[in-house]
Design a protein around this ligand. Structure first.
Ligand code: HXC
Length: 257
């Protein structure tokens, strides 16, 4: 399918993007970023896809932004190219996204995983923001998303020391929703994606947008947004079907409309 740094597959209503630069532990260079954004955008525009899984290898989800690519850049270079801002497009995908993380998710790798709606970790997963050890700081949302996910104390600890945290600590801290045996990771992520993709896609968009509001607004504004969005689901054929199916004691058939 023309990609060099990722593998893209579809399984029914699930889209799978696998980061594939094994010689560099999936370090995120510009070419890889462009491909991930393109593949995710294509899945997002395809309403035959109801959930997207982003994964890496067993050794590394991604060991960070590509340090070799950044070494000689100047301030003017990164400012004028708005370096890393293209990832914002990945975060803006409306289709539910799941990061399936095994091995290292460091720096930009951790940040891209945190852009996903749901994070499932293998037992061998290790998360960290080691940018400080390179004389820089996270630049793809790490100081913001990690702090919202795990709170100030642990975000300060991780970002100021650069230390890594294992899957158990990440789950305790609220960064990941579940931990699974490493060999089960992809199956678990795909099963979860299939489950999500079997729901009404407009309802999934609504749920995702409403949760996102929790990070963007006051409680009162967020609750109002939720209430209006909930009201709006009564315009969906899928909402009528879901409730009718319950009453008739049968499984619903969602048409994503
Ligand atoms: C470029 C990388 C890389 C990276 C690993 N590699 N991480 N190349 N950018 N981020 C390359 C190594 O150079 C090496 O290539 C190959 O992948 C295998 O890595 P090793 O170090 O030999 O593996 P290992 O000893 O198992 O150690 C794994 C590791 C270590 C602990 C993950 O690679 C590591 O510390 N990587 C850097 C992690 C990091 O600092 N990430 C944050 C990046 S900054 P060769 O060719 O030598 O075999 C970032 C910034 C975000 O993300 C935005 C703000 C600026």
């Amino acid at each position: 399918n023309g990609y060099e740094n990722i593998i893209v597959e579809r399984r029914g209503r699930v889209g799978i993007i696998t980061l594939n630069r094994p010689h560099a532990l999936n370090a995120l260079n510009a070419a890889l970023m462009t491909e991930v954004v393109a593949a995710a955008t294509e899945f997002d525009q395809d309403h035959g896809i109801g959930a997207i899984v982003l994964t890496g290898s067993e050794k590394a989800f991604a060991a960070g932004a590509d340090i070799k690519e950044m070494t000689s850049l100047t301030y003017a270079d990164v400012l004028l190219s708005d370096f890393f801002s293209a990832w914002d497009r990945f975060a803006a995908v409306r289709t539910p996204t799941i990061a399936a993380v095994a091995g290292y998710a460091l720096g930009g790798g951790c940040e891209v995983a945190m852009m996903c709606d749901l994070l499932i970790a293998a037992e061998n997963a290790r998360f960290g923001q080691p940018e400080i050890t390179l004389g820089t700081i996270p630049g793809i949302g790490g100081t913001q998303r990690l702090t919202r996910a795990v709170g100030k104390a642990k975000a300060m600890d991780l970002i100021l020391t650069g230390r890594l945290m294992d899957a158990a600590e990440a789950e305790r801290a609220g960064l990941v929703s579940r931990i699974v045996p490493t060999e089960r990771l992809l199956d678990e992520a795909i099963e979860t994606a299939e489950k999500i993709a079997s729901m009404s896609l407009p309802a999934a968009y609504a749920a995702k947008e409403a949760i996102a509001q929790a990070f963007e607004s006051t409680l009162a504004q967020g609750v109002t947004f939720e209430r209006r969005t909930f009201h709006a689901t009564f315009a969906l054929a899928d909402r009528a079907e879901g409730m009718t199916a319950f009453v008739e004691k049968r499984p619903p058939t969602f048409e994503h409309s």
